[in-house]
Design a protein around this ligand. Structure first.
Ligand code: SF4
Ligand code: SF4
Length: 108
């Protein structure tokens, strides 16, 4: 079982998810955030924090499969597994998340 960031985060990146992660295992890419599966302790605290339900458990699949247009959920599971988790991409504060073009202040 692994917690994964999926397609609703693409071009959005609200950043709420990073505020409560006890092990600071979120990392920032150009268009979305990723969860490092080697560091995540599967606590689930981030899951309800994302306003666009971008986070899901790989065994369960996303709660909003209709939002997966560009790639399917398996693609995002692999993307979270294979991301380059260098320390300079670690993001621990909401203010450090660079919002994408789909960021909507009314949901923040
Ligand atoms: S809270 Fe924001 S940054 Fe975190 S997964 Fe959701 S959309 Fe992405
Ligand atoms: S499940 Fe817990 S440890 Fe894993 S990313 Fe979410 S808050 Fe962090």
């Amino acid at each position: 079982m692994a917690y994964v960031v999926g397609e609703p985060c693409v071009d959005c990146k609200y950043g709420d998810c990073v505020t409560d992660c006890p092990v600071d295992c979120f990392y920032q890419g150009d268009t979305m955030l990723y969860i490092n599966p080697d560091e995540c302790i599967d606590c689930g605290q981030c899951l309800p924090l994302c306003p666009v339900e971008a986070i899901f458990v790989d065994d369960d699949g996303p709660p909003n499969p209709e939002a997966y247009v560009e790639h399917d959920a398996d693609w995002y599971i692999e993307a979270n597994r294979d991301f380059d988790y260098s320390d300079d991409k670690r993001v621990t504060e909401k203010e450090a998340v660079v919002h994408g073009p789909k960021w909507d202040e009314s949901k923040a």
